[in-house]
Design a protein around this ligand. Sequence first.
Ligand code: ATP
Ligand code: MG
Length: 486
Amino acid sequence: MQTLHASKCGLSTAQLPSYILDVIDALTKAGFEAYIVGGGVRDLMLGLNPKDFDAVTNATPAQVKEVFGRRCRIIGRRFELAHVYSGRELVEVATFRAPPKKAVTSASGMILRDNNWGTIEQDFARRDFSINAMYYQPRKGIVLDFCHAIDDIKNKTLRLLGDPTLRFEEDPVRMLRTLRFAAKLNFSIAPDILEVFTPEMTQLLRDISPHRLYDESQKLFTMGHLNRVLPMLIDFDIWRQLFADIDPKISTFIERAAINTDQRIQIGKTINPAFFYAVLLWKPFLERCEFYLNKGMVAAEARAQAGLDVLKRQATRTIIPRFAETFIREVWEMQTRLLSPKPQQIQALSTHARFRAGFDFLLLREKSGDHSTQGMGTWWDAYQLMSTDEKERAISQYNRQRAKSRRKAHTDDVLEPKSVSVDIEPLVQETAPRSRRERERKDRSRPERPVQMVTSGGSEIRADHPILKRKRVKRDLNQVVFGPTQ
Ligand code: ATP
Ligand code: MG
């Protein structure tokens, strides 16, 4: 182990937000060891802006709770952690961990429970990459480096601690982390990792819960280097593990969306990670629409059913939360609305909550060479910048052209809405609409008329039928004695 001077590593307390210093100080004052570890230290050393700071201590989660009281919450079962609220920020405070006991690993060596407290040396060995395992004590101005991680920082190399095969078997998600950090930091991957990073090894990702894989996919989408990591996902055969039904091919549309996502992150704009899922799944969605149309389903039903099918299939790999699924289906449905809006709906559409995402998606398709957008991406782009008068003129011009082209030909069945009312209907319904046949069957079984009018044995009940003359007797239940036969 070597102790480095923080200042020589380019680190100073001035770079640290007060919330992390407060946590370190409070733990130190209570008599515990406390360090900043992980991505925060790594990114500062590389001159990058850390996403967050993680703290590590020899205090157990219960002791951390004692120090911070109501500001602390203990979370996690498999991996117990303390969440400390410092000002408006949340700091993850982990306890030094020892190697897990045999009883809590699965048959394939995967760690199922990991709450065995230990020393700092043991904690170091449990971390994934050398560059993620530097312990920074800002008040002492030192960095504890157990494995010459500083050299890996200088040489821009990603090196796993310990035997790569074992480390991947213990936690297959480390394969995703390898690609994420290699892309994010533009580091090369150490040869001993490359050697074992085989398609067979990536099969282990099948054992990871689709919830965790969704979280990891979000990190890949939002790290700011999505465009760089996509080809790596294909090369290392991770793509097939994450996206079962999506061709492992980066189309112009996907590439443009990835570049766009990275640019937005670079300039500090927000992104909705579900948007990229909408892009990735667009082609499978269209293919599925086609499938239902060929079966004779009407376009709106085909789209609704196709959306549900595609998302259901994707959920076998990454479980997209319900709100994100709804967002994706709404973006897809917006494509239909934006492609061929009713003139009287245009203004309302442009203020719809899903307009922005739907429009961005449409324009991306168009700029990627998708001619089926019929130039409507550019049309909406211009429309938004117009004055009220210009908008009116644009709408009537659009209306004239629409009438002309309607006369000329029928446009694409999938993306052409057949009947849209003036009020914008909800873009998606939570469940698929019933098919026409199903509706007809239900309707047939439902009685349409009051009982008296129903024909019985071919003849109608006449108005003077004795059954209609029978009076309902109101019975006072208090007077009724319930015997065994009643
Ligand atoms: P990011 O910039 O994404 O936050 P990070 O390195 O801080 O990167 P976190 O997921 O925040 O990543 O984890 C914090 C630290 O915890 C890591 O730096 C690493 O030391 C350790 N760690 C996280 N996940 C694993 C894992 N799957 N296996 C081993 N160590 C891990
Ligand atoms: Mg982190």
